[in-house]
Design a protein around this ligand. Sequence first.
Ligand SMILES: Nc1ncnc2c1ncn2[C@@H]1O[C@H](COP(=O)(O)OP(=O)(O)OP(=O)(O)O)[C@@H](O)[C@H]1O
Ligand SMILES: [Mg+2]
Length: 254
Amino acid sequence: MPPVVRIEHLTKHYFLESVTVRALCDVSLTVEQGEFVALMGPSGSGKSTLLNLLGCLDRPTDGTYILGDDDISHMDDDRLSEVRSRYLGFIFQSYNLLPQYTVVENIEVPLLYQGCRITEKTRQRCIQLAELVGLGERLDHRPMQLSGGQQQRVAIARALVNDPHVILADEPTGNLDSRTSEEIMQMLIRLNEAGKTIIMVTHENDIAAWAKRVIRMRDGQIETDDRNTEPRIVQDVSSAFVSALNSLLSEAIQ
Ligand SMILES: Nc1ncnc2c1ncn2[C@@H]1O[C@H](COP(=O)(O)OP(=O)(O)OP(=O)(O)O)[C@@H](O)[C@H]1O
Ligand SMILES: [Mg+2]
């Protein structure tokens, strides 16, 4: 199977008045389907810049990015947002939920971006995803009525709803206490067990310890890229969860 992500000689410069910030310099990387990658490195080393490029939220100054079968590097904005809503799922440190929407409505958002009509079938898909991440009793709650961990579960369900090629997470546990962080990481591990490719930025060794591969960045370049030979494991990766998720996601959206 070809890699799900392939970037070659990717460069990102920000031009600010008279200065050029070289945020990424000639980065090449491939990620295979089913990998769980942690991106680490000091502040300003280019982690978010790389994740934003991978997420088609920004465009490289130079270099090539192939996502699945699509060459992203020269796409116009419309195609780029189509690729983003179809093939990528996002999880952010601050959850980025819409405050006026309920749990189920927040999970539906990527479907709306994709131009899907919300039907009884899509609604059921979102309800089942909410149940799968443990929010079956909070379907009509709004983000303000949820704990941080619960909000991040909504974001995880939202990231899954379009059955993405890759889930991109920028410090998904950055706002959570250690016990809740653990729960969120266990959930990400379950998604990975179900075959989802995950690329996650983190500052914390404890969090990176769950990933199967750890890439460290410095000054806009990859400094090290190592297999984690003993990633932390979830004792009870439930095969029921994995098969429920896979059967849910295998259903066509429309
Ligand atoms: N929109 C922007 N305009 C100008 N410079 C930027 C912009 N975004 C990031 N930079 C610069 O690019 C470099 C890399 O930033 P980036 O946000 O990718 O770092 P990071 O590794 O995510 O850091 P942190 O751990 O603090 O989140 C930094 O020098 C930063 O100041
Ligand atoms: Mg960052």
